[in-house]
Design a protein around this ligand. Sequence first.
Ligand code: HEM
Length: 148
Amino acid sequence: MTTPTIAADEPLVRRHLAFGWWALLFFVILGLLLEALHGFKVDWYLGRAFETRRLLWRLAHAHGTLLAVLNLVFAFSASRLRGPALLRASRCLQAAAVALPLGFFGGGLAVDGGDPHPLIALVPLGALFLVAGVFLTARATLESEKSS
Ligand code: HEM
């Protein structure tokens, strides 16, 4: 049985490995900062009037970490797939990993009576990028099947 080789020197794969690991570092550190806000019982995060901010920043942390891992999963997939859909999938997944957590975090920067900051508008945009990225990656698996 032959061991499959991972084309780790391909620029696309390396870009996603770098993006995924740096993004994971960033969003894990955001988790540490949230933990510190708990530790110091910070009112503008834990107070009743700021429930929206806490929810949105928790969502920024959770989505950021998970989308970082998704970019690493994409790097693994890209090392085994071919086809034109792959490059577009790459762009979409990176855009989603920026827009979704940035929208959640930005939305929580200023909470006006429970209403988030307008930056929350980045969230549906990020969701569209995510759906497109996942679809294009799924399609790349079919293109690779045909060309193999
Ligand atoms: C791969 C790594 C991580 C993933 C996937 C992850 C994921 C999540 C998820 C899904 C939640 C929401 C939980 C809920 O609402 O029930 C959460 C909340 C939280 N995480 Fe993480 N996390 C990670 C690493 C960390 C680290 C290293 C820290 C820092 C010690 C951390 C601190 C927190 C805190 C403080 C909350 C709660 C925030 C709040 O409700 O105020 N996370 N995380």
